[in-house]
Write a protein that binds this ligand. Sequence first.
Ligand code: HEC
Length: 248
Amino acid sequence: MTKRLISRFATFACGLLLSFGALAAAGGPLEQAGTDIGDRASLQRGAQLYMNYCAGCHSLKFMRYSRMAEDLGLTEDEVMNNLNLTGAAFGEHIISSMPAQQSAQWFGQAPPDLSLITRVRGSDWVFTYLKSFYLDETRPLGWNNTLFANASMPNPLWEMQGLQRPVHGEVDETGEPTVAHLELGTPGSQDAQQFDQTVRDITTFLEYVGEPAALKRQKLGVWVLLFLTVLTLLAWLLKQEYWRDVEH
Ligand code: HEC
């Protein structure tokens, strides 16, 4: 009985490991996003970038402008003048102004809501995805992506990143050439390091949107540790006090 359970568990664990392996291998290795949601400046830059380059297509339906203002340390005026580009009220959710049906026609796929994207795909995936666009004239919009093959999203950040071209490797089993790696054909307005930071800021912002409570939890954690330290000190002093009587 126990043996059978163990062997079943082992089969299950192997299956899990294999499928994780297959998932990771599907789009090549992921780069480390290096995000830190405690970095308020990065969060604020990420929010600005998101609203300018992503919110036209992608909603954040679980996030309100007012909550974002409070968590990111922004005033209502700052949010309404710089970050709210749709004319929505301060208390409303961040909804893209693009009609879903039409966008499905334009792109072949409606842009999904990104509220939970870093929890579904992981931050490293989002970071790598945003850096992996390349020119491909066989695709309807002229863009492809090495991590997410045939994604129907055009590269929104190309002016900053520049235009990446594929360097083809061997032919795969269907006779198509594979992409060995990408090279920067035309440089953009940012160098590689600056662009990494831009993508990291957007990913940090999306990580916060996926779990807004994490910000508060991080801050609370410091107080909890401080409290425990003081408590330990008091307990130690009390112990000294008791033992003094015992020793004499
Ligand atoms: C012009 C519209 C448009 C813009 C602008 C845009 N996207 Fe997209 N995005 C799409 C579409 C369409 C898809 C669906 C791709 C598919 O499934 O083939 C998508 C898919 C994605 C996905 C993958 C979701 C999944 O299926 O797991 C991520 C992540 C993403 N977008 C992030 C962003 C970010 C971040 C920005 C801003 C820097 C951005 N997008 C800007 C249209 C857009």
